[in-house]
Write a protein that binds this ligand. Structure first.
Ligand code: THU
Length: 130
C-alpha cells in the first residue's frame, strides 16, 4: 500500500485545481502490478471537471485494461481528512472496476481507510438495469 500511496503523492502536484485548490490524486493498481495514476483536472465551466479517480480509470481503459484487470485504487489529497470519492466517481468505479476491488481513501499523513467498491455505492444502477 505504501507504494500506491507514494505514487499518488508524487503526482499530486500535477493536479489542475485552479478553482477549488483542492488537489486530488489517484493510483490504480492492475493485477499485473502496473500502477496508473490520475489527478483532478478542473475547468472554468466547473461541471466539466474530471476527478482524479476517473482520470486514472480512463487512462487504464485507454491502455486496453478492462474491469477484471484492476486490483485496487488509492486516493489521496493534501487534507487532514480522508478523501471520499464523489457520487459520479462511485458510479464510474462501479462499472469499470470489479465489485470486490478495494478502494483506499487516505489523508495527508498516509493513513488509510479501505472499503470494497460495491460497498461504496449500495443499490447501484448497473448495466443489468438496462
Ligand atoms: N475531486 C476528485 O478529484 N475526487 C473526489 O473523489 C472528490 C472531488 C475533485 C473535483 C474537484 O476538482 C475538487 O476535487 C473539488 O471538488
Amino acid at each position: 500500500m505504501k507504494k500506491l500511496y507514494d505514487e499518488a503523492k508524487s503526482i499530486l502536484p500535477n493536479s489542475f485545481a485552479k478553482y477549488s485548490n483542492f488537489k486530488v490524486a489517484a493510483a490504480l493498481e492492475m493485477n499485473n502490478g502496473e500502477v496508473i495514476t490520475g489527478v483532478n483536472v478542473e475547468n472554468a465551466s466547473f461541471g466539466l471537471t474530471n476527478c482524479a479517480e476517473r482520470t486514472a480509470l480512463f487512462a487504464a481503459y485507454t491502455k486496453g485494461y478492462r474491469k477484471n484487470d484492476i486490483k485496487q485504487i488509492l486516493i489521496t489529497t493534501e487534507q487532514d481528512d480522508f478523501i471520499s470519492p464523489c457520487g459520479a466517481c462511485r458510479q464510474v468505479m462501479r462499472e469499470l472496476m470489479p465489485d470486490d476491488a478495494l478502494v483506499h481513501m487516505s489523508n495527508n499523513k498516509g493513513e488509510i481507510k479501505t472499503v470494497s467498491n460495491k460497498d461504496l455505492l449500495p443499490f447501484a444502477f448497473t448495466d443489468e438495469d438496462l
